[in-house]
Design a protein around this ligand. Structure first.
Ligand code: MG
Ligand code: ZN
Length: 221
C-alpha cells in the first residue's frame, strides 16, 4: 500500500435532533392553526387498556350540548376507539399509523387538512396506546394528559419518568378497582410527586364518573 487513504468528509447527523426538530416545527404550525380556530386541543396518552377511550367518552357525555367536539384517534390498524366515541354522536377522524407507535405533528396536520375546524370547540386526540414515545412528539396540543390506571401494576410511573416529566397532567383511571386489586393509589401519587412535585394529578373512574367533573373543571370546561 502506498500513499495515504483517501479522505472523505465526515458528516455528523444527529438523527434525534433532526427528527424532533422537524416535528417541533410542524407542531408549532398545528398550534397556530388551533389558536386561529379558538380550539382547546388535548393530547391523551397512555398504554393500551388504561381507559383513554373511556375517559374521552365520559368527558364527551358531560360536555354534550356545551361544546362541539372532534375526536382524533391514533391506532395502528383499527377504528375501534373512533367507533366507540362516534357512537356518542361525536365527529371522529381516524389515523391508522400502520407500524408507527405514536402520532406526530405531521400526521395530525394531514389528518385535519380537509376538516372544517371552525365547527369545533374541543379536540380530543387519543394517541397510540403506548406510554413511551408519544411523550416525545409534540402535536401542537394545549396539554398532554397521561392516563395511567390501577390495572397496570404499581411501577408504571417509576418505569416511565420521562413521560411523566413531559405531561401537563396525570389521570389515574379505574380507581373503582383499586380496592379489589389492593392497589395503593397514594403510593402511585407519591411516585408522580417524586418526578414532578407540582404536576396536577386526578383520581378518576371513567366508568362510575368519579372524579370526572373535577378533571373537567381543571381543564376549564
Ligand atoms: Mg383506546
Ligand atoms: Zn413511537
Amino acid at each position: 500500500m502506498t500513499g495515504s487513504p483517501k479522505k472523505h468528509k465526515t458528516v455528523g447527523i444527529d438523527i434525534r435532533k433532526d427528527l424532533f426538530g422537524a416535528n417541533e416545527d410542524a407542531a408549532a404550525l398545528n398550534k397556530k392553526k388551533f389558536r386561529e380556530h379558538g380550539l382547546v386541543v388535548l393530547d391523551i396518552m397512555g398504554s393500551v387498556g388504561t381507559g383513554k377511550t373511556q375517559l374521552i367518552e365520559a368527558l364527551c357525555d358531560r360536555l354534550r350540548g356545551r361544546r362541539q367536539i372532534l375526536m382524533v384517534a391514533g391506532d395502528l390498524a383499527t377504528t375501534i376507539d373512533a367507533d366507540r366515541v362516534g357512537s356518542h354522536e361525536i365527529d371522529t377522524v381516524q389515523i391508522n399509523t400502520g407500524t408507527a407507535c405514536h402520532l406526530d405533528a405531521r400526521m395530525i396536520r394531514v389528518a385535519l387538512d380537509d376538516v372544517d375546524l371552525s365547527k369545533y370547540d374541543v379536540v380530543f386526540i387519543e394517541n397510540v396506546g403506548n406510554l413511551i414515545c408519544p411523550a416525545g412528539y409534540s402535536l401542537g396540543a394545549d396539554k398532554k394528559i397521561v392516563v395511567v390506571s390501577v390495572t397496570e401494576g404499581p411501577y408504571m410511573v417509576r418505569k416511565h419518568p420521562l413521560t411523566i416529566k413531559r405531561a401537563d397532567m396525570v389521570v389515574i383511571n379505574k380507581i373503582d378497582l383499586a380496592d379489589i386489586l389492593e392497589f395503593d393509589v397514594d403510593a402511585l401519587v407519591r411516585d408522580i410527586r417524586e418526578v414532578d412535585a407540582d404536576l396536577p394529578v386526578f383520581r378518576v373512574s371513567s366508568k362510575t364518573g368519579d372524579g370526572v367533573d373535577n378533571l373537567l373543571k381543571a381543564l376549564g370546561f
